[in-house]
Design a protein around this ligand. Structure first.
Ligand SMILES: NC(=O)c1ccc[n+]([C@@H]2O[C@H](COP(=O)([O-])OP(=O)(O)OC[C@H]3O[C@@H](n4cnc5c(N)ncnc54)[C@H](OP(=O)(O)O)[C@@H]3O)[C@@H](O)[C@H]2O)c1
Length: 282
């Protein structure tokens, strides 16, 4: 389903959102060390100044909030006018909301969709015209183990990542004939500031045995339960280097195990209930 791009011969140009921290920062660092150019999009680009000193003109720092469509358009225009092309779009910016589905307020729920889903759409609407005109490019859609599976406490976060996966399932077929590839990035638990940047919903006692137990469990996980952001970035770059990248790229064994179990549970429902399914058509 993924498109056959006109491969970029020289160094690639990346546009990376959420480039100041965690996975986005590692991706930025590794692409630059590989001799490539990066437009780093972040609300505050100050944490990347040290990379500018090392990599000079190959790093363009563009302050923009992904929720601001106009700011994203201007960031993409600046990137295009500086580098002349965009080869990889990493739709990476995002944050988590933890709490039971019922506990998340309307404001919290809308806010996490604003960044994780509508931010992704802002970036797509701004970059796809460039990729279409080139008839090449690779869009990396920042999802998660929670784009295919969920457990107590992550309902709203998972809702945003499932949304990104759903639109990406259509997008890949829409842009493949235009030479554009799409890969959904699904990291498992990764050692980044993500957990300290979590929004947390107010607690109801009735969810102590589910949501709070999970929260406690996550807090007690050993460091070894988290993949390194550097390894995640290496996995992403391997897919970008491939002539046949996957639509979905799971990164980390425990996340992949969780997603496989969720997929098996879905096919089990289809199999167990197929008589009811088919009876509808008789
Ligand atoms: N860490 C994990 O365990 C894990 C697992 C699966 C998937 N992921 C996904 O990986 C992606 C990166 O997360 P991370 O772990 O690297 O977390 P992180 O270290 O907290 O980095 C998140 C980045 O997103 C940026 N960001 C957040 N809201 C933004 C906005 N409105 N506009 C522009 N930038 C914004 C942050 O910049 P600011 O400094 O401006 O906030 C930061 O640079 C996220 O989409 C996350 O859902 C993470």
């Amino acid at each position: 389903m993924n498109g056959t791009s006109h491969q970029q011969a020289g160094p690639r140009t990346w546009l990376i959102t959420g480039a100041t921290s965690g996975i986005g920062r590692e991706l930025t660092r590794q692409a630059l060390e590989n001799g490539e150019a990066v437009a780093a999009i972040a609300r505050d680009t100050a944490p990347l100044h040290e990379l500018t000193e090392i990599h000079g003109d190959r790093l363009l720092l563009v302050p923009a909030d992904v929720r601001d469509e106009q700011a994203v358009r201007e960031a993409v225009e600046r990137t295009h006018s500086r580098f002349g092309r965009i080869d990889v779009v990493a739709n990476n910016a995002g944050y988590g909301l933890f709490g039971a589905v019922e506990e998340a307020s309307d404001t919290q729920a809308r806010a996490v969709f604003d960044t994780n889903v509508f931010g992704v759409l802002n970036v797509l609407r701004a970059t796809l015209p460039v990729l279409r005109s080139q008839r090449s490019g690779h869009v990396l859609q920042g999802s998660s183990v929670y784009g295919q599976s969920a457990h107590p406490g992550v309902g709203l976060l998972a809702a945003t990542k499932y949304a990104v996966e759903g639109l990406s399932d259509a997008l890949v077929a829409e842009v493949a004939p235009l030479g554009i590839k799409v890969t959904i990035i699904q990291p498992g638990m990764t050692a980044t500031p993500f957990l300290s940047n979590l929004d947390v919903a107010a607690g109801l006692d009735d969810y102590d045995r589910t949501v709070r137990e999970v929260q406690k469990g996550i807090g007690e996980l050993p460091a070894s339960a988290f993949s390194s952001a550097a390894r995640i970035a290496e996995g992403i770059r391997t897919a970008v280097d491939s002539p046949n990248p996957p639509l979905r790229l799971a990164l980390g064994t425990s996340g992949a195990t969780g997603m496989r179990a969720a997929l098996q549970a879905r096919t089990a429902d289809l199999d167990t209930w197929n008589r009811v399914t088919d009876a509808v058509d008789r």
